[in-house]
Ligand binder design. Structure first.
Ligand code: ATP
Length: 247
């Protein structure tokens, strides 16, 4: 069977901050429709890696390719324009605004001839999206501050899904959520596979990693320890890879 072209290829990526190595010699291919978990202890380099993929940092050396074409993002909006969306822990939602304005934050729809906001269309499209993804909120007109943590996370992921054509990066998407809300968000993330997006998820929860991912990539102090197919490994092996301690 021939492999499809990876959506994203990272090859021999290095990143140093003032001579301090944060990531060394990291390589990973991400394919459409798969969920890859990035795991490692605090300071392992996970956030640095996400920031290099999303255009916040440039690698010190190494290449980033999208659909086989080498790219170099000047900033986060250049990465967004190429179909890469990030959902950060702090969600970056405007609390006082309705869901539909958040869905289009910074990319608002306007209507001719005066370029006024097309609130009705944004509301309609947002409602269709939350319905389709089964994000359970009262309505697309609800104000963000009136929603629960899980509902907000659902909105942040729905927004990323709306705009991402290739890749969604999720940084600890359930860190602040309770058990039931976590399960709901995990269902939502799992459903994104069907949209043929590639998903890279940072999570400290190995339960979550084993529930959601197809492959697991382990980092330790900036070094890529290995990549495993989730179905072919277990928690003991992953913990050993994370800590460097073999039982
Ligand atoms: N802007 C920066 N300037 C200098 N050093 C940095 C910077 N960002 C990260 N580092 C260093 O790079 C290394 C990796 O940090 P990073 O935040 O990527 O790890 P992480 O795996 O995301 O950790 P955590 O799970 O705690 O968020 C650390 O040693 C950190 O101190």
């Amino acid at each position: 069977m021939t492999q499809p072209t990876p959506v994203l290829s990272l090859t021999n990526i290095h990143k140093a901050f003032d001579g301090v190595i944060a990531i060394q010699d990291f390589s990973l291919d991400l394919f459409p429709g798969e969920i890859v978990a990035l795991v490692g202890d605090n300071g392992a380099g996970k956030s640095t890696l996400i920031k290099m993929i999303s255009g916040v940092y440039s690698p010190t050396s190494g290449t980033v390719a999208l659909d086989g074409e080498k790219v170099s993002f000047a900033d986060a909006s250049s990465a967004r324009n190429r179909g890469i969306e990030v959902v950060y822990q702090d969600l970056a939602l405007a609390d006082q605004q309705p869901v539909f304005m958040n869905m289009f934050l910074g990319r608002e729809l306007t209507k001719p001839p005066f370029g006024l906001l097309d609130k009705e269309r944004m509301r309609r499209e947002s409602q269709a999206l939350v319905d389709e993804l089964d994000v359970r909120i009262p309505s697309a007109s609800s104000t963000i501050r009136d929603l629960s943590g899980g509902q907000r996370q659902g909105i942040a992921i729905a927004r990323a899904t709306h705009w991402a054509s290739k890749l969604i990066l999720l940084d600890e998407p359930t860190a602040a959520l309770g058990v039931a809300e976590t399960a709901r968000v995990e269902q939502l993330v799992a459903s994104l596979r069907e949209r043929n997006l590639a998903i890279l998820i940072i999570s400290h929860s190995l339960d979550q990693v084993f529930t959601l991912s197809d492959r697991i990539c382990v980092l330790r102090r900036g070094e890529q320890i290995g990549i495993r197919k989730t179905a072919e490994t277990d928690k003991n092996e992953i913990v050993s890879m994370i800590t460097g301690v073999h039982k």
